[in-house]
Design a protein. Structure first.
Length: 662
């Protein structure tokens, strides 16, 4: 038996069982992962190419939130963007003081993390958590380069450059339309389209084509995407590899690695702290060349570009910049990766290396919870932006799996098929178990052998703390996950629950209650891989939530206001619908009605009081789908239980939660 044969038996033994089918998948539940959905009424997403390459099942994803009780339709101003308060200047505080926490929750289909002896994994994996922010602007559509959800599900356009007219500036103007969603900027994709691909990479037996209109193969062609399909303005090479060896617009939050031994690699190579070179030719925003020699031979400048938390545009020289000591942050005079000043140095606020730890344990072929029945999660400390500006942002999670059939870190172009038949893995190979028996065919797609999945949030805002929010306080976000339908209909999303559904805090901590939902999730046919239909209470296709107190979570009835304890234990420090001085009764009504009413009597708020506003539907049909909510300070120890009244069907849907103040 030759080395290939032995390799093949290894494949049979370790992997016949674990690589069933092509789906592996990652779905984010908090914040709601879009999986490229926008607002479709269908069970399946309309356009898997809309913003990014998820490689997930078409059934995944949550619709963008609506502000009101009707669908936003084509008006992006009526979409709801989650608003999370930024951290305060926590680096100048002790412990967790000043931090805002957002607990990210997701499910991943294959296992990850854990201890090999007690819970062996059948593959290698890593999760990479990132975000991208920019200054917020008033209109939701913004400018050509603004992050936005879009009003239609169409992929943003890209006219392929003509070889002799690459710099045709009208291409961008003609391509970018503000009714389409946008994450990465047009220039980012254009740069990727025109940059040669890294030929040192392992591509197995895949044949990577030349890029259209170019006489070379560019960074849009990868092993996983050999034909260079476009997904929004995402760069396929950057998508498939991390840490990436070029500048990238994404900021690394955390890497949840196969083993903590990999952390040094991730942290030292993260673009957060490790600048990378790019070839700058005539101050253009693109170049074909990816090595110093090719760059300088062609008249380019091989330039180190930097990532940053934000730009400090008011610091106009190196001295003023690097002398700044705000919020315990470091300022650096350097060239920004997305320079808009002809690659001159400017003042950048430096980032920290990403957090890195072993991934939380999860089981293979089980798209569910992790250890102890708890959701897979990561507690993200939201950034503090020293400018005090509001930001609009997107969150991204990637899930990377590979097996030991080849060494993922030491297999490179030397094993590519251009050196005849060297690839250690081949398309649908036949393997012999015994000479006498028909060979068995393995379902192997070398484009998916070692594979990255992805999900992203809709656009959300990171809001500076207002004066009422103590810069030193800890802020916990309490949101809702899930979408309308029974479990078969919502899968691979989940049914409703509060998230987190048990929150332990200390006296004086702040909790930001907020939720978002859609009015257009009818989960209509065709059903794709699942069942269409959206069982639920109230009007078809609507998500609704509210919060009422209950005595304990084993029951199903709210306590009457007169018997409540929660509203006596909190102070309103910020509120979206209404004003700060609300009484406890007003607050209870505000939350029970998802902001339909701001207060009880017209004397306690200007707007929507129970006295002046028409009747609310018993099942919240005319209440807003999203609730900007309130930030409450807990001033009394105790355990406070609450529930949502809308869909507690058969008394055991249990959208219930507790806050334990110790
Ligand atoms: C995925 O893992 C492979 C190793 O198997 C690595 O080469 C690649 O850079 C990783 N990509 C991402 C996005 O994590
Ligand atoms: C809502 O209630 C219906 C029954 O009316 C049930 O089938 C469905 O699963 C529930 N949905 C959620 C998300 O709780
Ligand atoms: C509310 O409190 C009153 C007085 O303590 C008590 O009689 C009543 O049973 C309580 N009701 C509920 C639903 O807890
Ligand atoms: C939960 O709901 C199911 C219907 O889906 C019902 O048959 C069952 O009795 C309920 N269980 C409890 C404990 O209420």
């Amino acid at each position: 038996m030759g080395p290939m044969g032995r390799r093949a038996v290894g494949v049979v033994l370790t992997c016949l069982l674990c690589l069933g089918g092509v789906a592996s998948d990652i779905y984010m539940h908090v914040p709601r992962g879009c999986n490229n959905r926008l607002n479709e009424e269908t069970a399946t997403r309309t356009n898997a190419n809309r913003l990014f390459d998820s490689q997930n099942n078409n059934r995944g994803g949550y619709n963008v939130g609506d502000k009101g009780s009707t669908a936003a339709g084509k008006n992006q101003a009526n979409q709801y963007r989650m608003k999370y308060f930024q951290s305060g200047p926590w680096k100048t505080q002790s412990g967790d003081n000043g931090k805002t926490f957002l607990n990210i929750e997701w499910t991943n289909q294959h296992g990850c993390g854990g201890n090999e002896d007690t819970s062996p994994q059948k593959q290698n994996c890593a999760l990479v958590l990132q975000y991208m922010c920019q200054d917020d602007v008033d209109s939701p559509e913004g400018t050509d380069d603004s992050l936005r959800n879009g009003a239609v599900t169409t992929t943003p356009a890209y006219a392929q450059p003509n070889k002799n007219n690459v710099n045709n500036e009208n291409r961008k103007d003609n391509d970018v339309k503000t009714d389409r969603g946008l994450h990465e900027k047009w220039d980012w994709y254009n740069k990727c389209y025109l940059r040669e691909r890294n030929r040192g990479l392992f591509v197995a037996d895949q044949k990577l084509a030349n890029t259209k209109n170019m006489d070379y193969s560019s960074a849009i062609n990868t092993r996983q995407n050999p034909t260079g399909n476009r997904y929004g303005y995402e760069c396929p090479e950057e998508r498939d590899y991390f840490p990436y060896w070029h500048p990238s617009p994404w900021v690394d939050i955390a890497v949840l690695a196969d083993s903590a031994a990999m952390c040094n690699h991730y942290q030292t190579k993260s673009f957060n702290t490790q600048p990378y070179h790019e070839c700058i030719q005539n101050n253009q925003k693109w170049s074909r060349y990816i090595t110093e020699k090719m760059c300088t031979d062609n008249g380019g400048k091989w330039t180190l570009l930097h990532s940053y938390l934000e730009k400090a545009k008011d610091k106009k020289n190196q001295g003023a910049c690097e002398g700044t000591k705000t919020a315990g942050l470091t300022y650096q005079w350097a060239v920004a990766h997305d320079s808009d000043n002809n690659y001159q140095k400017e003042c950048l606020v430096k980032l920290d290396a990403p957090d890195c730890r072993e991934a939380p344990w999860s089981r293979s072929n089980h798209l569910g919870n992790g250890m102890d029945g708890l959701p897979l999660s990561y507690k993200w400390t939201l950034p503090h932006f020293p400018s005090g500006k509001e930001k609009r942002c997107v969150f991204r999670i990637r899930y990377n799996i590979s097996t030991d059939d080849y060494d993922p870190y030491n297999t490179d172009y030397n094993q590519n098929d251009e050196f005849p038949k060297k690839s250690p893995v081949r398309q649908n190979p036949y393997v012999y178990i015994m000479k006498q028996v028909t060979p068995l065919r393995l379902a192997i797609n070398t484009a998916q052998y070692g594979r990255v999945f992805q999900d992203r949030s809709h656009v959300f805002n990171l809001v500076p703390r207002e004066n009422s929010l103590d810069a030193k306080a800890k802020v916990y976000n309490l949101n809702v996950r899930g979408k309308r339908g029974n479990i078969v209909q919502v899968y691979p999303a989940v049914e409703y629950d509060f998230a987190p559904n048990e929150l332990r805090i200390k006296l004086g901590d702040l909790v930001h209650f907020q939720w978002t939902g859609s009015n257009s999730h009818k989960n209509g046919g065709n059903g794709g891989d699942g069942q269409a239909g959206a069982a639920g209470e109230g009007k078809d296709g609507t998500d609704r939530n509210n919060l009422v107190e209950m005595l304990d979570r084993s029951g199903n009835f709210p306590v009457p206001f007169e018997n409540s304890t929660l509203w006596d234990a909190v102070e309103v420090v910020w509120i979206y619908h209404g004003k700060k001085g609300l009484g406890k009764k007003d607050l209870a009504i505000n939350m029970a009605s998802s902001g339909y009413y701001q207060c009880a009597d017209k004397s306690s708020c200007q707007g929507d009081s129970v006295e002046t506003k028409g009747k609310m539907s018993n099942v919240l049909d005319n209440a807003p789908a999203s609730y900007g909510g309130a930030v409450l300070k807990f001033t009394k120890k105790g355990t406070y239980h609450f529930m949502c009244t809308r869909n507690n069907s058969f008394s055991n849907r249990s959208q219930k939660a507790a806050i334990i103040v110790g």
